[in-house]
Design a protein around this ligand. Structure first.
Ligand SMILES: [Zn+2]
Length: 364
């Protein structure tokens, strides 16, 4: 039985994450009312939620092959309700929908699963959700996903069973890519810049522009001259590259959508549920791809300053301050910031290329 439950997670696309899978598998016998899956994009939280939903609804505890499993894994089970914040944050209206849905009885069996994506964007809607998560109908299990436990999420987190899905090791990503038929040399190249995110690694494997973007971020310390106009130009260029970076993902998504249409045509199914689920998944993936691309850029930039620090350990102040500023900006990404403002503020704080720290600006 245990192996079969493991299989449903593998079928859902979970790679590695043995600890998380074991915890979810152990929960199947007597599930609690809410689980919080915490992990960065592409580490497998969404896949784990899919596998867990299937296993919760499967009469055999997740054989991966029965009707319930197949529907849940395909995102088409009527008793798995998925919510993704439509805007930048989860609105109070979204939360009301979740609460209403949680109260409804299951359509088919004795249980219903609510999957709430990107709950780190919960902001002001947290209190509206809390009551439902604390006192749900006995038939409802909530599976909450978040990149990180932000302050607004702390109370919800305290009422849920937390399961962590850390970033995947570069070696795991490399192996998974090779297993999917990616050229081993290419797999080795992209494993590290993927930042623990297997979805990103798959996209990077078809991205010939990765090296150029990496160089752009690496060369930033050499270009900044302490003027606002240089910063403005640099920010425009970075954002343009981030836009371009979505091209391989868009191509991949177009192929997935075409494959779905082909399947639907072959089976004569209407498939509006599957189409909607795929479109939502794609939208989410594009948004997350931008954040990860920014995170990758900032990690590359921090590494460039670390190299400078190693090259000139006599005068560490400027490089240390720069690394701190870049790290703070990267941590701010979880809050869905305005990208141009975040980059402008950061680049203005970084030292001019002479290597000396910029004069502290007077308060505006
Ligand atoms: Zn099943």
């Amino acid at each position: 039985m245990a192996d079969e439950a493991g299989d449903v997670f593998r079928r859902a696309g979970v790679v590695d994450q043995h600890r998380a899978v074991a915890a979810l598998r152990a929960a199947l016998g007597a599930p609690l009312h809410a689980y919080l899956l915490v992990g960065p994009p592409g580490a497998g939280a969404a896949a784990a939620a899919r596998g867990f939903s299937a296993a919760l609804l499967c009469p055999a505890g997740g054989d991966g092959t029965c009707r319930d499993c197949r529907l849940a894994l395909a995102g088409e089970h009527p008793d798995v309700i998925t919510f993704v914040p439509a805007g930048a944050y989860l609105s109070v209206g979204d939360a009301a929908d979740v609460v209403r849905e949680a109260q409804r009885s299951p359509v088919e069996g004795g249980r219903k699963v609510l999957v709430l994506h990107e709950l780190h964007r919960v902001q002001h809607a947290a209190p509206a959700l809390l009551k439902t998560l604390e006192e749900p109908p006995a038939s409802t299990v909530s599976v909450l996903l978040a990149d990180a436990v932000v302050p607004e999420l702390v109370t919800i987190a305290s009422r849920s069973a937390r399961i962590d899905l850390p970033p995947l090791a570069a070696a795991t990503i490399e192996k998974a890519l090779v297993g999917e038929g990616v050229d081993p040399e290419r797999a080795a190249e992209v494993a590290s810049p993927a930042l623990g995110d297997l979805e990103r690694a798959r996209v990077l494997a078809t991205d010939d522009d990765l090296a150029r973007r990496q160089r752009l971020w690496q060369s930033l310390p050499e270009h900044l001259d302490g003027t606002g106009s240089t910063v403005a130009t640099a920010v425009d260029e970075l954002l343009e590259h981030i836009d371009d970076a979505a091209a391989p993902l868009r191509a991949r998504q177009a192929a997935e959508a075409a494959a779905l249409e082909e399947r639907l045509a072959a089976t004569g199914a209407r498939g509006s549920g599957g189409r909607k689920a795929l479109a939502e998944q794609h939208k989410r993936a594009l948004r997350r791809q931008r954040v990860t691309e920014l995170r990758f850029g900032l990690a590359t930039l921090a590494a460039a300053y670390r190299d400078r620090l190693a090259a000139d350990p006599e005068d560490p102040a400027a490089a240390v301050a720069a690394i701190d500023a870049v790290t703070a900006a990267a941590e701010g990404l979880v809050r869905n910031p305005n990208e141009p403002l975040l980059l402008q503020a950061l680049l203005l704080r970084l030292p001019a290329r002479s290597g000396t720290p910029r004069r502290a600006s007077s308060p505006a």
